[in-house]
Design a protein around this ligand. Structure first.
Ligand code: 1GP
Length: 227
């Protein structure tokens, strides 16, 4: 299985947004642990292929976070498969994944794959609506974390605040529940200081939006993970 246990920081690039080559180079050479290619809107085979092709030129692990069956392709170093734990609809937890395994199971190299137990915490995020989520209470989140660790043995539990700054105390409390499962935090990290706050508790911090607003600030966040 794809091993993320030693990771600290990742950049998430949206194939539906454009990025200049010099900035892409800086991100890939920043010391981050991986580039994740993923998003919610406008994900196509062509824009994922194009971005993968560009990232591949650099010596960096490149992961596809699968959000649509139409844009799955070989050539990535690994594949993240989200299960949206706080979705109201079983299909975002299990059915889409079931369909994919039914169709492509014989071709999947399971060693390249890791499942992410997603808990989506921002009601305004596109993914919240797209995956028909319901906002969990603190107790709900802690129970999802326990399930991820003890019932499903998931490699990753992803506290996803996409687009907004999250609750650092909750991140701390979730971290206390997890031993084997790696805690990813993503959402609203725009500065080195914010990166340090969340990195105190989360194993891996995910930096997305700020890349497209202020790439120098995005690059600074990697320093939160350097000793
Ligand atoms: C989004 O968790 C990532 O999937 C990062 O969030 O875009 O808010 O940085 P931001």
């Amino acid at each position: 299985m794809l091993n993320v246990k030693n990771w600290n920081h990742v950049f998430k690039l949206d194939p539906n947004k454009s990025i200049e080559e010099r900035y892409l180079k800086d991100l890939c050479e920043s010391g981050t642990d991986a580039i994740i290619i993923g998003g919610t809107d406008g994900i196509t085979f062509d824009n994922v292929f194009d971005l993968q092709d560009r990232v591949q030129k650099y010596d960096i692990t490149c992961i596809l976070e699968v959000s649509t069956m139409e844009a799955i392709m070989p050539g990535f170093n690994g594949y993240f498969i989200p299960l949206v734990l706080n979705s109201r609809e079983k299909r975002y937890v299990m059915d889409i994944q079931h369909q994919a395994v039914k169709e492509y199971g014989d071709w999947i190299d399971w060693r390249e794959m890791a499942v992410e137990g997603y808990c989506v915490m921002n009601e305004q995020a596109k993914v919240f609506e797209a995956a028909q989520c319901q906002l969990p209470s603190k107790e709900d989140v802690l129970a999802y974390a326990k399930m991820a660790e003890h019932m499903f043995n998931l490699p990753i539990f992803y506290l996803e605040y996409s687009g907004t700054w999250g609750d650092a105390e909750l991140v701390r409390d979730v971290a206390a529940e997890l031993e084997q499962t790696v805690l990813f935090y993503g959402g609203g990290i725009e500065t080195l200081e914010q990166a340090k706050i969340m990195k105190k508790h989360a194993d891996v911090i995910v930096v997305g939006n700020i890349i497209y607003e202020d790439v120098q600030a995005a690059l600074q966040t990697v320093n939160a993970c350097k000793q």
